[in-house]
Design a protein around this ligand. Structure first.
Ligand SMILES: NC(=O)c1ccc[n+]([C@@H]2O[C@H](COP(=O)([O-])OP(=O)(O)OC[C@H]3O[C@@H](n4cnc5c(N)ncnc54)[C@H](OP(=O)(O)O)[C@@H]3O)[C@@H](O)[C@H]2O)c1
Length: 276
């Protein structure tokens, strides 16, 4: 399978790195593009793949899967640039946040499979959370191809496109919420006299272990939480503090506000593209 990554910046390069490490994709089968020649040289060295500054049409023409990883506002221009080089049967895969599939479809010469993905940054350690949707042209086999690609760098969920703003708020921005929690747990440990190093190891492993426990047990987190609460014990004292200070409803509100913001941003992006 030949892959072209148009705009191999942070996200495009992170995904490729994970796919190479998994062995699913071979560097020889990938062509990438960036904007500046300096970046092309740097990316060539970093990933060991063919990277060109510009050259989107040539890269797209020779690929089975064309990944569009430029900034959302640049996507229409890139799609217009490659549209006459695309062939039926190819897969177009956009990573652009907030950009609806219809914006891409309007710029195509003929109908084709267009996927939209919302990955998050832990794809760099092959533990990303990736939400996927696609237009009606996407076949079962193409869904399988795209899902397999993303499985190399994380967990894949199929969603309706109108849920992408909620996905952005939950898993797209979510790593930042968890980093904040880890940071606060480290600070709590340090405040209570643990060395920074030990507090960091314990906090990060606690979050990793708890997440794995939720996944592997298949139980609701509230059940697992109850299991570690001893009557009159330490955990219930801490839980009371967290509930009193509204940790749970703060997180719910954070995701609600972020979803609303993502929706507004998407609307503004489409309006600005339409006015061009
Ligand atoms: N970063 C995240 O956590 C994240 C999460 C989910 C989705 N996304 C989406 O992923 C996309 C990329 O984000 P990013 O953070 O990776 O941005 P980025 O690091 O700025 O990468 C964008 C890349 O596009 C290249 N580029 C710009 N114009 C181009 C053109 N006309 N042709 C070919 N390449 C071009 C840039 O080249 P130069 O380097 O030479 O300027 C740069 O390497 C965005 O649409 C974003 O919404 C990102």
């Amino acid at each position: 399978m030949k892959i072209a990554v148009l705009g191999a910046g942070n996200m495009g390069a992170s995904m490729l790195g994970g796919m190479f490490r998994s062995g699913l994709v071979k560097p020889a089968d990938v062509t990438a593009t960036v904007r500046s020649p300096e970046r092309a040289v740097a990316m060539r060295k970093k990933l060991g793949i063919k990277v060109t500054a510009g050259g989107n049409r040539a890269a797209a023409a020779g690929a089975d899967v064309v990944v569009i990883a430029v900034k959302p506002g640049t996507v229409p221009k890139v799609v217009e640039e490659i549209s006459t080089a695309l062939k039926p049967g190819q897969i177009l895969l956009s990573l652009a946040a907030a950009l609806p599939i219809t914006v891409i479809e309007k710029r195509l010469q003929a109908p084709m499979a267009v996927f939209r993905a919302m990955p998050n940054i832990p794809v760099v350690v092959e533990e990303g959370a990736i939400a996927l949707c696609a237009n009606a042209e996407a076949t079962k086999a193409q869904w399988e191809t795209v899902t397999t690609l993303f499985r190399a760098v994380g967990v894949v969920c199929k969603v309706d496109e109108d849920m992408m703003d909620a996905v952005t708020a939950l898993s797209g921005s979510g790593p930042a919420y968890v980093y904040l929690m880890i940071e606060a747990m480290i600070a709590g440990g340090v405040k209570m006299g643990l060395s920074r190093e030990i507090a960091t190891r314990l906090a990060e492993q606690t979050v990793l272990g708890a997440a794995k426990h939720v996944r592997e047990s298949g139980l609701h987190p509230a059940i697992l939480r109850d299991e570690v609460i001893t009557p009159g014990g330490t955990t219930i004292i801490a839980m009371h503090e967290l509930e009193r200070n509204g940790l749970r409803s703060t997180l719910i509100s954070a995701i609600e506000s972020a979803t609303r913001h993502a929706k507004e941003k998407a609307r503004a992006l489409v309006e600005s593209i339409d006015q061009r």
